[in-house]
Design a protein around this ligand. Structure first.
Ligand SMILES: NC(=O)c1ccc[n+]([C@@H]2O[C@H](COP(=O)([O-])OP(=O)(O)OC[C@H]3O[C@@H](n4cnc5c(N)ncnc54)[C@H](OP(=O)(O)O)[C@@H]3O)[C@@H](O)[C@H]2O)c1
Length: 261
């Protein structure tokens, strides 16, 4: 059982679908006030309705492009005006671009790096001091979603792997810089999780079987698998954990091969 997140203000980026929507739902079910962020308001509204159908949590929809500094600054203004504080930030927004390096344009490279990596730097820069805590209050939490591509190479995903590898290093430096201010910073590195993003990869004939054969537990993960790990790292029970990257991948990155190849 995780701590009660009652009255905690939790910002989740990339909350309009997939992992971010699943993370937002679990925080809402645990009584947090959840700020749902993605670029498109029309995609955030059905998520709020779906969550609202299963719990009474307070939700605040804030459309913003997290690859843009001006929109993150505007997001901070809205959140502080609404709640006056922030306790947890979960950086889920991400994109991929399946192209070999020689075929990738500079603009495509920039889009992936700006969305997956620079956004986390800018969220940290803009919101960092709002998360700082004194010794009498619960620790602040800053979480970023990496990938198996943080440590492994994935062909045709050069920008994606570079962004996710950089994200893990950024998390370690932030954790070090913010430890004295009682903000804990961690990454979660999901394996293959069923979402719109992974659909394009997994729905190619034969790929699903090949991928599953490489996963020791023999199954694709769910958004709840990532959400549960996120809630744990965001809880006060995880206060001695900072600067780490938690793989949530069914054993994928720990295995040379599986028993069910
Ligand atoms: N699914 C997997 O197997 C898997 C595995 C490892 C890591 N991950 C990582 O987990 C995270 C979530 O992945 P997912 O599978 O849930 O992806 P997804 O289903 O494609 O969802 C991505 C979310 O990010 C938002 N987004 C994209 N660009 C944005 C921007 N510039 N500003 C604000 N929001 C933006 C999207 O909403 P809008 O388009 O409305 O902005 C959407 O809500 C990503 O960082 C991804 O790299 C996923």
């Amino acid at each position: 059982m995780f701590q009660d997140f009652t009255n905690k203000v939790v910002i989740v980026t990339g909350a309009s679908q997939g992992i971010g929507a699943g993370v937002a739902k679990q925080f809402a079910k645990n009584e947090a006030k959840v700020v749902l962020v993605a670029r498109t308001l029309q995609k955030l509204e059905p998520v709020r309705n779906e969550i609202g159908a299963v719990c009474n949590a307070e939700m605040f929809l804030c459309p913003a492009d997290v690859s843009r500094m001006d929109e993150i600054v505007a997001l901070r203004d809205q959140v502080l005006q609404q709640y006056g504080t922030v306790d947890v930030i979960v950086n889920c927004a991400g994109v991929t671009m399946k192209k070999q390096i020689v075929d990738m344009s500079v603009e495509e490279w920039d889009t992936v790096i700006d969305t997956n990596l620079k956004s986390v730097f800018m969220m940290a820069k803009v919101f960092g001091r709002d998360l700082f805590r004194d010794s009498g209050t619960d620790a602040g939490k800053f979480i970023a979603i990496g990938s198996v591509g943080s440590t492994l190479s994935i062909p045709s995903s050069g920008a994606y792997c570079a962004s996710k590898g950089g994200l893990v290093q950024l998390v370690k430096v932030l954790a070090n810089e913010w430890a004295e201010s009682r903000v804990h910073v961690n990454a979660i590195c999901p394996g293959y999780i069923a979402t719109p993003l992974s659909d394009g990869v997994l729905n190619v004939p034969g790929v699903m079987k090949r991928v599953i054969s490489r996963i020791p537990v023999g199954a694709i993960g769910s958004v709840d698998d990532i959400a549960h790990a996120t809630l744990f790292l965001s809880s006060q029970e995880a206060n001695y954990i900072t600067g780490t990257c938690l793989p949530v991948d069914g054993g994928f990155t720990s295995a040379a091969y599986t028993t069910h190849n």
